[in-house]
Ligand binder design. Structure first.
Ligand SMILES: [Zn+2]
Length: 212
């Protein structure tokens, strides 16, 4: 894929790996689903005060819609605008499914899945390894409900949730504009037990740049 000019950071995040970065207000941030149907668990914090973070409830209420796509504005727990989705070639991203964890893997699949690596582990590893947030003392209490980019969690007319086969495809991407200095925290999901990624977690590319 052609990289935009003025790239300040770009890398491949393999499945099971984490990514953490401050995207400055006005910068663009793109996630590319390189092989298709990957789930990219993502959280957003005000980089200058991490007690302010992405709020699924405020975002859903603000846009009166469950799924995220072009035009969606991600709101914080203080009701402020964090990121705006400005481009989306997938068309739909999940706000409800949450992140996998040792506990959810055990309840959903089997006791033997408890020790499989999970998104919650990746979030916590990223927070402890990132020097700029280490001194802020962020812990598991700082993990609210997250966005799952590219993940398909349809809601039935009767209100039931289903983790379903993905609607994304190789090379599709979602692009955001930061509306505040935003700490972006990603777990590229290592899940091996559900069909959202066809039981095959794959790498994604993340790119940050200054618009011309
Ligand atoms: Zn996961």
């Amino acid at each position: 894929m052609n990289l935009p000019p003025n790239v300040t950071r770009g890398e491949i995040v393999t499945s099971g790996a984490h990514y953490i970065e401050v995207v400055r207000a006005g910068q663009r941030f793109r996630i590319v689903d390189l092989e298709g149907n990957q789930a990219v668990d993502t959280l957003f914090y005000n980089a200058d005060d991490t007690a302010e973070h992405y709020s699924a409830q405020n975002t859903i209420q603000g846009q009166r819609r469950i799924y995220l796509t072009t035009g969606s504005v991600l709101l914080s727990n203080r009701g402020r605008k964090m990121m705006r989705i400005v481009e989306d070639t997938c068309g739909r991203h999940d706000t409800l499914g949450g992140a996998c964890s040792a506990e959810s893997n055990t309840v959903r699949y089997s006791l033997g899945k408890r020790y499989m690596h999970s998104c919650r582990d990746s979030f916590l590893l990223a927070l402890t390894r990132y020097p700029a947030v280490e001194h802020k003392g962020m812990t598991k209490r700082d993990l609210p409900a997250n966005v799952n980019f590219f993940m398909n969690v349809p809601v039935s007319p009767t209100g039931q949730l289903k983790f379903d086969d993905g609607v994304s495809a190789a090379g599709r991407h979602v692009e955001m504009e930061a509306l505040m200095n935003t700490l972006v925290l990603i777990s590229n999901c290592p899940q091996l037990n559900n069909p959202c990624n066809a039981y095959n977690p794959t790498p994604v590319q993340v790119i940050t740049w200054d618009p011309a």
